[in-house]
Design a protein around this ligand. Structure first.
Ligand SMILES: Cc1cn([C@H]2C[C@H](O)[C@@H](COP(=O)(O)OP(=O)(O)O[C@H]3O[C@@H](C)C(=O)[C@@H](O)[C@H]3O)O2)c(=O)[nH]c1=O
Length: 180
């Protein structure tokens, strides 16, 4: 597994080593000991999630608050997504900054999104299966979010307005300014 820093502190890109042979390929998608060594701290994942979406779907920007804050290790198992992480840690030098990265079935990149970040993704392929690990359990009452098209963040989702499909819940999220 190769690790690359991003411009946001504690947020990393991971690329697994692929073993290819006549049958196909093999790779370790997650190895607890190696992961903790690479990121330099101990994170224990307790929940795995998977979602299926069609092109144009934007899910986000989500996080859980307080005791139920979650770090996530995310990847696209099928298709291609534009994945976005926003640093919402008030004391962070990169507070309010975001990164976006294409996670695809082909590049097998994973993004580690620490606690205190908002997370979202847009589906760029016909369909996509998105899979992620969380280090804390889902808690409905702790759910929070920022509007995907927040004017301050000004994220380029690489989709036209006509293509974008969001849930009713996500269409109702506050802007960054409203939230803070
Ligand atoms: C996230 C989640 C949802 N659910 C339920 C609640 C709801 O009825 C249904 C769909 O939930 P949502 O609409 O919130 O799903 P979705 O919009 O895919 O939410 C996810 O978005 C991405 C961007 C993230 O980062 C995730 O942490 C999560 O917030 O699934 C669970 O049971 N457990 C979970 O962990």
């Amino acid at each position: 597994m190769k690790i690359t820093e991003t411009k946001l502190k504690d947020c990393f890109i991971l690329e697994p080593h692929l073993f290819k042979d006549d049958r196909g390929y093999f790779f370790e998608s997650f190895n607890q000991k190696q992961f903790n060594n690479l990121i330099g701290k101990s994170v224990t994942f307790v929940q795995d999630n998977e979602s299926f979406s069609t092109k144009g779907v934007v899910r986000g920007l989500h996080f859980q608050t307080g005791y139920f804050a979650q770090a996530k290790l995310v990847r696209a198992v099928k298709g291609a997504v534009l994945d976005v992480a926003v640093d919402l840690r008030p004391k962070s030098p990169t507070f309010g900054k975001h990164i976006s990265i294409e996670l695809t079935e082909e590049n097998k990149k994973q993004l580690f999104v620490p606690r205190g970040f908002a997370h979202g993704f847009a589906v760029l392929s016909k369909t996509a299966i998105f899979s992620y690990k969380c280090d804390n359990y889902y808690n409905k009452k702790s759910e929070a979010g920022i509007m995907f098209n927040d004017p301050t963040l000004n994220i380029n989702w690489k989709l036209s307005n006509e293509e974008i499909l969001v849930s009713e819940k996500d269409a109702d999220l506050p802007t960054l300014k409203e939230y803070f």
